[in-house]
Design a protein around this ligand. Structure first.
Ligand code: CA
Length: 231
């Protein structure tokens, strides 16, 4: 499962250039061109990182960034701001509204990719490295192996991808629709109840009788790894 980048940018030439090159690098890419729709797009696509242009129609990047930082679901979402001039970058840095990094236009595609990787390594090491761990659970992306308290856990491919998604940001609540989108893919029609079935299988594989369940069901919202679980 790739890392999903949401590009919020109204220049069509840049949209095409970044989409093509990011996909070539193995990223999943979603695009929104209207600042007024940015928050809806973030909720809909549940990206792993956002590239956010400053000057956008209807709502500017600074206001969007502030709104994302205020919302519990997106307050730690990695954000890289795109600005048109170096002076703007200086100004943005001074504003302290919470972007993780800044890129000044014009930029090279390889610079954007390097910055995305650097920001992810810094803000979300759980996602950027091959091995992710949460309490006594370890997930190895390269070998597709999971252990809990040192014992091997056998998971089906869907359960592995579910855990891989949840472990990227422990504590973050993923709605069923978001999990369907990210784990099953946007083009597949699956009922939301299917998510419950596979979370049930994941729990059964992870938990021995009497062991605490590290997965939290959030009423009317979805699923998350339970941050209070320490193994
Ligand atoms: Ca713009």
């Amino acid at each position: 499962m790739g890392i999903k980048v949401l590009l919020i940018e109204d220049e069509e030439a840049l949209q095409g250039l970044l989409e093509y090159n990011l996909q070539k690098e193995g990223f999943e890419v979603a695009i929104e061109g209207d600042g007024g729709e940015a928050l809806v797009a973030v909720a809909e696509h549940s990206p792993d990182i956002v590239l956010l242009d400053w000057m956008l129609p209807h709502k500017n990047g600074i206001d969007i960034c502030r709104a994302l930082r205020k919302d519990k679901a997106t307050k730690t979402l990695p954000i890289i701001m795109l600005t048109a001039r170096a002076e703007e970058e200086d100004k943005l840095r001074g504003l302290g509204y919470g972007a993780d990094d800044y890129i000044t236009k014009p930029f090279s595609v390889s610079e954007v990719i390097a910055r995305i990787r650097a920001v992810l390594r810094r803000t979300t090491p759980q996602m950027a490295e091959n091995i992710a761990s949460f309490a006594d659970i370890t997930l190895d992306r390269a070998q597709m192996r999971v252990t809990r308290a040192g014992r091997n856990i056998t998971l089906g491919p869907t359960e592995f991808r579910l855990l891989e998604m949840l472990i990227r940001r422990p504590g973050r609540v993923y709605a069923r629709a978001q999990l369907l989108d990210r784990v099953w893919g946007q083009d597949v029609y699956v009922e939301e109840r299917t998510v419950d079935v596979h979370v049930g299988r994941l729990r059964k594989a992870l938990n021995r009788p009497g062991e605490r369940d590290p997965i939290r069901t959030v009423r009317a919202a979805g699923y998350a790894l339970d941050e209070t679980y320490k193994g």
